[in-house]
Design a protein around this ligand. Structure first.
Ligand code: APR
Length: 243
């Protein structure tokens, strides 16, 4: 779809674990992060699942259980992005690396979970993807085919292909603004999105607690907590667009 002259530019937002930190969920590479406590090779690869499925299921069951904790909910940054989704007059896509459900619970619609979702399970027998039972370690039956013991978290492990890459590439090719929020920029392909956006002459902005690995690639970088930076940024963007 070609853009009418002067129409609002397409916006692509990428988020990482940092946007959920103030909701009480751990990031991965901060000093108190998940990968400081557990090895990726033990819980987040297909080989780990083949070697010790119970350990992998327990790891994701524990993280899924956190999402059911009433103390864990969307924060002001999630809410601001949901408002941007509702009010932005041009193309909009929120790509998240997060497997938590906080963007969806905040009301984001044009949302793509490129690393999958803790709240969903995938059946290795029939391929169905459906809401996950609370615990997969108990080998519950697949709601689609009824088989037991074939469900895995619908989460993309290291070495597996992220989801929605064609849709993401199309959105980046058309966007005029790319905003990266709460990610260390250390995992590809997400870490390469800023270069794709720059290649299309989009404006690129980083909103992060501290400079990410790719900070120098951004036209603008603001550092601080997402719950302060994101609402401020969204308010100004909507105001400037008269939206
Ligand atoms: N506000 C904004 N940014 C924050 C906050 C906060 N309150 N707290 C932490 N951050 C920033 C950190 O400075 C860091 O740059 O969030 C980033 C989190 O980085 P990571 O822990 O590496 O998480 P992420 O970038 O999402 O990891 C990408 O790696 O392990 C895989 O699949 C996993 O999706 C994940 C991917």
């Amino acid at each position: 779809m070609t853009r009418r002259e002067g129409a609002a530019p397409g916006v692509v937002v990428l988020t990482g674990a940092g946007i959920s930190r103030e909701s009480g969920l751990s990031t991965f590479r901060d000093p108190d992060g998940i990968w400081q406590r557990v090895r990726i090779e033990d819980v987040a690869t297909p080989e780990a699942f083949r070697r010790d499925p119970a350990r992998v299921q327990d790891f994701y069951d524990a993280r899924r259980a956190q999402l059911a904790d009433p103390a864990v909910g969307p924060n002001a940054a999630h809410a601001a992005l949901a408002e941007l989704d509702r009010r932005w007059p041009g193309d909009f896509l929120l790509v998240t690396q997060n497997v938590d459900d906080l963007h969806g619970r905040a009301g984001s619609q044009r949302l793509l979970h490129m690393h999958g979702e803790l709240a969903k399970a995938r059946c290795l027998r029939c391929g169905a993807v459906a809401p996950s039972p609370p615990r997969l370690a108990d080998s519950p039956a697949c709601p689609a085919c009824g088989e037991r013991g074939g469900l895995r978290p619908h989460v993309v492990w290291f070495g597996e292909m992220p989801l929605g890459m064609e849709r993401i590439a199309e959105a980046l090719a058309r966007c005029g603004l790319f905003v990266s929020i709460g990610t260390s920029g250390s995992v590809h392909p997400a870490a390469g999105f800023v270069a794709e956006a720059r290649g299309r002459r989009a404006r690129t902005v980083e909103l992060n607690l501290e400079p990410s690995e790719g900070s120098a690639m951004f036209d603008e970088a603001r550092h601080g907590p997402a719950t302060r930076l994101v609402p401020e940024f969204v308010d100004a963007l909507l105001r400037d667009a008269g939206a």
